[in-house]
Design a binder for this molecule. Structure first.
Ligand code: GLC
Length: 447
């Protein structure tokens, strides 16, 4: 009896949510609050700041002592935003098929894109641009009907009351001067009040939490502050356990992440912000594959662009967003609102399911040679078509033997003329929620 109890505790621990539940919220309420995020699938991340002037890594370049702090800050003079067209940015984001965006309101360097009253360190006060570049973007995003997210770095290596300055230099330790730390917290809270009170974002994307723990950041109070402005605000994981969803970064997951909600943040080349020397751009089709990979594991893709200091967006990035747009428009039924597909091993390709679970979408990242083969689907199939064009496909079941339970092999003909130039999607209508045969085969006993 004792042993059983212990086992049950172990099971319960294994299924405990990774993130603390929001105070006073039931699991059903969380599901409702997360609904738009869960079905949105694609977001566009924007890293825009003075680091684009010399094309150095955002904030890290001075923190890691690659260049002196003064030289880093001198980039203010080159940040002109002279060709900045927020309406064009919002239009491009919308055209990509993304349903939300997350922009760096303030990175670890402490430079705010808006006219913060909490400090002088902002684009309007210190950069050549001399104006608030966040507000016009927010207005255009709202006009396009997109959801709005703000990246906000909790840590601020420029602030005189923040403990850390560079990798080799620190100002003080929190434990030695709690009052000084409190002054920093007041500053962060003031900025968060400005951002959330003025713009009412749908999502807050924190970063830089790793330098302090939840108690030092006052994470629960931050959540209370945000929800006092918007009770439905969604918060990413980087607030020491108090967020709503996981944020794997750069590395595309190879197994389905444990978090119920997650979002891969990902660059198109190898940098978050604009860097003149980084020409390691992925092709549109490579990014599309990663996007579908995320879909197949039930996650979102937050794809980053790094505009130049003048406000233009690199052509390679524009091309990726446009191709995603072409593909998502054509395949929308197999994108928005889908959920994770079936485990690997049934078909060579990515899969998702519709909400009812009775349509299986199969994404073909390669050109098939011969029919596409699917094994282990117990349900009878009622029809198969090409998503986007509606063309019906011929299919046939082979090897369904009457003496065992193993479903046969489903073979679907996918002729060349129905193929999409980047990735074809086929939809398989089943007679009910998908049922899989997961056995390892069977030997005859009676025939
Ligand atoms: C990391 C880096 C930061 C970047 C962010 C994006 O946390 O510190 O430079 O903005 O990832 O996810």
């Amino acid at each position: 009896m004792k042993r059983l109890t212990l086992l049950c505790i172990a099971c319960a621990a294994a299924v405990l949510p990774l993130r603390a539940q929001r105070a006073g919220e039931t699991p059903e309420q969380k599901t409702a609050r997360m609904a738009w995020f869960d079905s949105a699938k694609l977001g566009i991340f924007i890293h825009w700041g003075i680091y684009a002037v010399d094309g150095v890594s955002e904030s890290w370049s001075f923190y890691n002592n690659y260049l002196p702090y003064e030289k880093y800050m001198a980039q203010m003079d080159g940040f002109t935003a002279e060709r900045y067209d927020p309406a064009a940015w919002a239009k491009l984001i919308k055209e990509s098929g993304a349903q939300y965006t997350v922009i760096t309101s303030k990175h670890h360097d402490g430079v705010a894109l808006w006219d913060t009253k909490a400090s002088d360190l902002s684009i309007p006060r210190k950069a050549a641009a001399g104006k608030d570049v966040l507000t016009p973007f927010v207005q255009e995003i709202r006009r396009q009907g997109l959801k709005l997210g703000f990246y906000y770095s909790l840590l601020d290596w420029s602030h005189p009351d923040y403990p850390n300055f560079t990798r080799t230099e620190s100002r003080y330790a929190v434990k030695d001067d709690p009052e000084r730390w409190q002054r920093f917290l007041d500053f962060d809270f003031a900025q968060l009040r400005e951002l959330n009170g003025t713009f009412k974002p749908d999502l807050m994307w924190f970063d830089g939490d790793w330098e302090q723990n939840a108690e030092t950041w006052h994470s629960p109070e931050i959540i209370d502050l945000l929800t006092s402005y918007n009770k439905n605000v969604i918060v990413n994981s980087r607030i020491q356990g108090y967020g709503d969803y996981g944020t794997p970064e750069q590395g595309v997951p190879t197994v389905r992440p444990a978090d119920r909600y997650w979002e891969l943040c990902y660059t198109i080349n190898d940098s978050w912000g604009f860097q003149h020397t980084d020409l390691n751009f992925k092709t549109p089709q490579m990014v599309l594959k990663t996007f579908v990979d995320c879909l197949s594991m039930g996650g979102n893709l937050l794809l980053d662009i790094g505009p130049r200091a003048d406000g233009t967006i690199p052509e390679e990035e524009v091309a990726v967003l446009q191709e995603l747009g072409r593909w998502t428009r054509k395949h929308k039924e197999a994108v928005y609102g889908t959920r994770a597909g079936i485990p690997a091993g049934h078909v060579h390709g990515y899969t998702t399911l519709n909400p009812a679970g009775d349509i299986l979408y199969v994404y073909l990242p390669y050109k098939p040679v011969g029919p596409v083969e699917i094994k282990g689907i117990v349900n009878p199939v009622s029809r198969v078509w090409v998503v986007g064009s509606g063309q019906m496909l011929h299919y046939k079941v082979y090897n369904k033997i009457d003496w065992n339970e193993i479903p046969g092999l489903l073979e679907i003909d996918v002729p060349d003329h129905v193929l999409d130039p980047a990735m074809t999607v086929i939809a398989i209508q089943l007679n009910g929620p998908v049922k899989l045969h997961r056995g390892a085969g069977q030997v005859i006993t009676v025939n």
